[in-house]
Design a protein around this ligand. Structure first.
Ligand code: COA
Length: 267
């Protein structure tokens, strides 16, 4: 079990906290695996009624670890082409199938999956410093975690396109206006507010809580199918010259040169 995910259960609430603040809580394979195990545990453990996601160090998450993207584009390109499941996809596939409520408390940056996982949560609280960003296109990729569909369901097509494709950062206020965030609270009240809401849910009659959630969400089949379509697109885009250039440029702390990457791929 990785030290970079902390899991605690109390009062019917499972808290999953990201503890990789030195890397802005970017998710590695072991972190995804730990989250998948926790999400599975919530499904089977009667002591858990609600799962809460929290960041640390003033950051929610910088999204998928880009070193992992680079490995999938380079050393593990054959596995990528064959569609061998990754810890991130394993986690993502669980999100629409969860049957108990998920609540998030967001302070600071929420990037990539750090934003798209919020679209699967039932309640989201954020601080004024929260900033949601999905730079998928700038990395040569497409939106993931079913966000191509859930984004529109949550906020309508124009705002979803602005966030997910244009890559426009959404401040806490914008995310609140778009319907992704329930309430903006001061940083010092974020955890208390998030946990209080989770505990209120956990104290409700369990069967009615899960049934209400299922009725309100409807079937996860369409989201599941979108995750399939997104991951097929991901597999081919992940190994494109432009994506490799974007990942390398980030890790080398320079601006990407997509035209040069395209030109050298043609040689
Ligand atoms: N994957 C891997 N490492 C990451 C990371 C990620 N997604 N996000 C941040 N880090 C690392 C940085 O490489 C840096 O490591 P170093 O100290 O060893 O150099 C450390 O975290 C701190 O990040 P830094 O970029 O120095 O902080 P910043 O405050 O200037 O910028 C971000 C923070 C999050 C805006 C910036 O790191 C960023 O854009 N990250 C990539 C986000 C992204 O594209 N995620 C994928 C979404 S699909």
């Amino acid at each position: 079990m990785t030290q970079e995910i902390e899991i605690k259960v109390a009062d019917g609430v499972q808290v999953i906290r990201f503890l990789r603040a030195d890397k802005k809580n970017a998710f590695t394979g072991p972190m995804y695996n730990a989250m998948s195990e926790a999400v599975d545990a919530a499904e089977t453990n009667d002591d858990i009624a609600v799962t809460v996601f929290l960041g640390s160090g003033g950051v929610f998450s910088a999204g998928n670890d880009i070193n992992d993207f680079l490995r999938r584009a380079g050393a593990n390109a054959n596995d990528t082409a064959k569609g061998i499941p990754t810890p991130s996809l394993d986690f993502i596939r669980r999100l629409p199938k969860v049957t108990k409520p998920m609540v998030a408390g967001v302070d600071g940056l929420a990037i990539g999956i750090g934003t798209t996982m919020l679209l699967h949560c039932d309640l989201v609280y954020a601080t004024p410093a929260a900033s949601l960003r999905t730079p998928f296109l700038d990395l040569g990729l497409v939106p993931e975690a079913g966000s191509s569909l859930v984004g529109q369901m949550r906020m309508g097509y124009p705002r979803a396109f602005e966030l997910l494709v244009l890559g426009e950062p959404f401040s806490a206020e914008r995310a609140h206006a778009a319907g992704i965030v329930n309430k903006i609270v001061p940083a010092e009240e974020l955890e208390a507010t998030t946990l209080k809401a989770a505990k209120r849910l956990a104290a409700k009659p369990r069967e009615a809580l899960m049934t209400a959630r299922r009725l309100m969400r409807g079937s996860p089949a369409a989201i599941d199918a979108m995750i399939d379509a997104e991951s097929t697109a991901y597999r081919s885009l992940m190994v494109s010259p432009e994506a490799k250039e974007a990942f390398t440029a980030f890790l080398e702390k320079r601006a990407p040169d997509f035209a040069k990457a395209r030109a050298s791929a043609k040689k």
